[in-house]
Design a protein around this ligand. Structure first.
Ligand SMILES: NC(=O)c1ccc[n+]([C@@H]2O[C@H](COP(=O)([O-])OP(=O)(O)OC[C@H]3O[C@@H](n4cnc5c(N)ncnc54)[C@H](OP(=O)(O)O)[C@@H]3O)[C@@H](O)[C@H]2O)c1
Length: 456
């Protein structure tokens, strides 16, 4: 398969850059075999080996793994070693594919490879999110490129779309469903009317969730991806520790049922948005997405991302956000593009998105605003609705609608939809409500998705 030749010519940023009359038909003769090394031969690495075998212009010379004796789903034709130095220090290897994952020792391996002037293709969102500024600076100094299409949204070509296809835009917001595991769990909860625990168990038995699901269900995975998307959209990585994060563990079957009743679907939404004074608002938390919004119909383990640019408007991309072959597709696509770009002198500067070495400054979560869905369990005493209204009014919270549900002997449930309200005002109103003797429990507090340009 030929590389995406048009990508090579799309930048046009540098008037002094050399021009090439490169005919795709003659690509085969112009391009020698590029030698590639890989660290990791797990889920993604296995898919990469399968796809690389079909590439005429790429030679996989060596693969490093942790355990040599392990049973493998694929047998590479090249040597497999447990000594990563054999890959990193091999002068013939020009591109290192890193698909081992995790922060360390992956970070050290990538830095050593960059130091040896190898180009990097990686799927490792954690290492990029935590060390992106340092790694991109190092790559710039050494004149090499880091390609990372597989690190966000797996098989969906989101990174290249933002950094190349939409390069002419100033972005205001990138938002969406960036984790297939949680989307699968939430979809199952809705379809099968199951509890979170039952849906998680199903996801684990089908291989959609790991035995320790923390990274996915508590939003860490999405936070790493948002850090990377911030770097692409606003030129600075967001520090993962500064990203507001709320997962899906507290979503109940009743939340799902009520969302449906009122015309919404609950999704774990991650977003990075341009805020005031050069800050960015980066966060991941569950949201009620209106059923008629394209993100509401992203089901199962798929990802769906909405990119908002000043020239293009809004674009939605939907597809497999993980999995062996979709992720390998992104890795090998990057490798093909890199290999073909190696023909150009000083190509790294064309390909690297402009990323500044400083971290982004994140906006104070208290300043965000959005509408809310709230559900309270209350004692069924007269005047409760009036007292809630009074407290909300005192905190400048305007109620859009209020419903009483499930009146029983022991109490009742009050469901409230608010208009847009500042986080800090909502928190102070809820703190006051929690002191009231009529309140048994604040059962649910979920933000409501608006259009991307606002609070998506
Ligand atoms: N799985 C997905 O659907 C998916 C999607 C998008 C992105 N990613 C990213 O892709 C990367 C790889 O994920 P994966 O699911 O393929 O992981 P995986 O199945 O756990 O495979 C990891 C591989 O790395 C090797 N490895 C681990 N530590 C090593 C070390 N110290 N030295 C050498 N090799 C080492 C392991 O060797 P052994 O085989 O010998 O244990 C294994 O082959 C991660 O960054 C992940 O976030 C994955």
């Amino acid at each position: 398969m030929l590389p995406n030749v048009h990508v090579l010519f799309s930048a046009g940023k540098d008037a002094g850059a050399p021009r090439y009359n490169w005919q795709p038909d003659s690509l085969g003769e112009q391009m020698g075999r590029v030698v590639v090394g890989m660290i990791g031969l797990g889920t993604v690495g296995t898919g990469v080996v399968r796809l690389l075998e079909q590439q005429r212009h790429l030679t996989l010379k060596k693969v490093a793994v942790k355990e040599l004796q392990k049973e493998r789903a694929v047998r590479p034709t090249c040597p497999v070693t447990t000594d990563v130095s054999e890959v990193i220090d091999d002068p013939e290897i020009e591109i290192l594919i890193e698909v081992m994952g995790g922060e360390q020792p992956a970070l050290d391996y990538i830095k050593r490879a960059i130091d040896k002037r190898k180009h990097i293709v990686t799927a490792n969102k954690e290492v990029l999110a935590k060390h992106g500024p340092e790694l991109f600076q190092l790559a710039k100094q050494k004149g090499v490129a880091i390609f990372f299409e597989a690190s966000v949204a797996g098989g969906v070509p989101l990174i290249s779309t933002i950094s190349k296809g939409l390069e002419a835009n100033k972005f205001s917001c990138v938002t969406g469903i960036l984790n297939g595991t949680t989307n699968f769990i939430l979809s199952k909860m809705e379809e099968d009317k199951e509890s979170y625990a039952a849906a998680l168990e199903k996801a684990q038995s089908l291989g959609f969730a790991e035995s320790d699901p923390t990274n996915d269900v508590d939003g860490y995975d999405v936070a790493y991806k948002l850090s990377i998307l911030s770097a692409l959209s606003y030129q600075r990585f967001a520090k993962p520790g500064e990203i507001y994060r709320e997962g899906i563990r507290n979503i109940s079957a009743l939340d799902m049922a009520q969302a449906q009743e009122f015309g919404y679907r609950i999704k774990l939404v991650g977003s990075t948005r341009r805020a005031e004074a050069g800050k960015i608002d980066v966060r991941v938390h569950p949201m009620l997405v209106p059923l008629n919004h394209p993100l509401a119909s992203v089901s199962g383990s798929n990802n769906g991302i909405l990119v908002s640019g000043d020239a293009v408007g809004e674009i939605v991309m939907v597809g497999p956000g993980a999995g062996q072959m979709p992720t390998a597709s992104a890795i090998v696509g990057d490798t093909i593009n890199l290999a073909s770009a190696l023909q150009l002198p000083d190509f790294a500067s064309y390909f690297q998105p402009e990323i500044e070495p400083e971290w982004a400054t994140t906006a104070d979560p208290g300043d965000w605003s959005c509408p809310y869905y709230l559900r309270f369990a209350v004692h069924d005493t007269p005047g409760v609705i009036g007292r809630i209204g009074t407290i909300f009014g005192a905190h400048q919270i305007s109620i859009q609608s209020i419903f009483q549900r499930g009146v029983e002997e022991s109490g009742a449930r009050i469901v409230i939809f608010t208009h847009e309200v500042k986080n800090s005002q909502m928190e102070s109103a809820l703190a006051e409500l929690k002191q009231c003797d009529f309140l048994r429990e604040l059962e649910s507090q979920i933000r409501i998705f608006q259009s991307a340009g606002r609070n998506g």
